[in-house]
Design a protein around this ligand. Structure first.
Ligand code: PEP
Ligand code: MN
Length: 339
C-alpha cells in the first residue's frame, strides 16, 4: 500500500500515520523517496481501512498495490474449472454451458414439460426457483420444499443437474440437499451470512451480480464463499440498474473481459433477466457467448403468458430451440461446444 502526503517532510503526520498503522493493524511501514512524501506499507494490507487513511488531513492519496480480494484473484491461478454434470464442465475453454428452465417451479406438469424439451435440445442443467425473491410480498413466492422435490425428481428423470436459489441461511440445508448448484440471487449478493454459509456448502455456488454492484464488490462477495472453503464459485452477470428504462437491466457485457483479467472464476451470463423481453434474449445470449462467457442461463416456459413469474422474458419451446441453434453457431465460431 502506498500513502502519499500533501507536503514534503511532514514529520508530525508521518509519525502519526506510522504509529496508527502499528497500533491498529500491527503493520510496519517505511518512508520512501527523498521528499519524505510517500509511506509504503509492504505485505498483506487487506485489513487496513483505506478510507480511514484517506480521511486524515494532509493525506493526498492512498492506493493498494494489490486488489482487496485474494482467493478470487487471477494472481492465484489462471482458471477454475467446475464439473457441473458428466457432460459439462464450466470454465474449461472448450464448452459453453447452457442452464435452462422456468423462472419458478409451478407444478410437476409445467416442470416436466419444460425439462423434456430443453433436454431434447441438448441442455444438461435444469433451472427453476422454489424460493423466489419477489419485489412485492403479494406475488407468487415459490413452492418451497415441494418445488425442490419436483426439481430433483424431474432432473433425475432426464439425467439433468439442478440449479436453484437459496434466499436465506435457513433455506440452505434444504437447497443443498436437493440442488447440484446453489444459486445466490442478485438481491442477496451482499448477504454476508448467506455467503458464509454457501462457503461451507459441498455444492458449487452460482453467484449473481448485485443490482448495483461494482466488479470489486462482486468479487469480494465471491471471496467470502472461497474464504469459507468452497472453491467452486460461478459468477453470473445478469445486468445492472442504470438510468435506462427500455431494457429491464443493463447487461454489462464489458464485465466479461474485465473479469477475465481480475479473476480465475468461471463467468456466465443471464440474458433473460437483463433483456426482460423474450424477443431480445437470443441476441443478448449470442453476444454473451461472443464476448467469451463460459455459459448462459435462460428462462423458458411452455406457456409464458401463464407463467407465475417472469413470463414476459421467458422463451417458448420454439423460441428456445431457435435460440439454441443461434447460440451453437456463435459457440462453434468461438471454438467451443454448446452443452
Ligand atoms: C432468477 O434467476 O430467477 C432471479 C430471481 O434472478 P436475479 O437474482 O438475477 O434477479
Ligand atoms: Mn426469473
Amino acid at each position: 500500500m502506498l500513502i502519499v502526503l500533501q507536503k514534503k517532510n511532514d514529520q508530525t503526520l508521518i509519525t502519526h500515520i506510522q504509529e496508527l498503522l502499528q497500533r491498529k493493524y500491527d503493520a510496519d511501514s517505511h518512508i520512501i523517496g527523498q521528499n519524505k512524501r510517500v509511506i509504503a506499507v509492504p505485505g498483506d494490507t487487506m485489513n487496513i481501512d483505506v478510507e480511514l487513511l484517506r480521511s486524515l488531513e494532509g493525506v493526498l492519496s492512498v492506493d493498494r498495490v494489490h486488489r482487496p480480494y485474494k482467493l478470487a484473484s487471477r494472481q492465484q491461478k489462471d482458471r477454475t474449472t467446475i464439473r457441473l454434470h458428466d457432460a459439462c464442465t464450466i470454465g474449461n475453454r472448450e464448452q459453453c454451458v447452457v442452464i435452462a428452465g422456468p423462472c419458478s417451479v409451478e407444478s410437476e406438469g409445467q416442470l416436466d414439460e419444460t425439462a423434456a424439451y430443453v433436454h431434447e435440445q441438448g441442455v444438461n442443467i435444469l433451472r427453476g426457483g422454489a424460493f423466489k425473491p419477489r419485489t412485492g410480498p403479494y406475488a407468487f413466492n415459490g413452492l418451497g420444499e415441494k418445488g425442490l422435490q419436483m426439481l430433483r425428481k424431474t432432473a433425475d428423470k432426464y439425467g439433468m443437474s439442478v440449479d436453484t436459489e437459496a434466499m436465506s441461511v435457513e433455506q440452505m440445508d434444504l437447497v443443498e440437499e436437493y440442488a447440484d448448484i446453489i444459486q445466490i440471487g442478485a438481491r442477496n449478493m451482499q448477504n454476508y451470512d448467506l455467503l458464509r454459509r454457501a462457503g461451507k456448502a459441498a455444492k458449487p455456488v452460482l453467484l449473481k451480480r448485485g443490482l448495483s454492484s461494482t466488479l470489486e464488490e462482486w468479487l469480494l462477495a465471491a471471496e467470502y464463499i472461497l474464504h469459507e472453503g468452497n472453491p467452486n464459485v460461478i459468477l453470473c452477470e445478469r445486468g445492472i440498474r442504470t438510468f435506462e428504462q427500455e431494457v429491464r437491466f443493463t447487461l454489462c457485457l464489458g464485465s466479461i473481459p474485465a473479469l477475465r483479467e481480475l479473476t480465475h472464476l468461471p463467468i456466465i451470463v443471464d440474458p433473460s433477466h437483463s433483456a426482460g423481453k423474450a424477443r431480445w434474449v437470443d441476441d443478448c445470449a449470442k453476444a454473451a457467448i461472443a464476448v467469451g462467457a463460459d455459459g448462459v442461463i435462460i428462462e423458458t416456459h411452455p406457456r409464458p403468458e401463464e407463467a407465475l413469474s417472469d413470463g414476459p422474458q421467458s422463451l417458448t419451446e420454439e423460441q428456445f430451440a431457435d435460440c439454441q441453434k443461434q447460440m451453437r453457431v456463435i459457440a462453434t465460431a468461438m471454438g467451443k461446444k454448446l452443452v
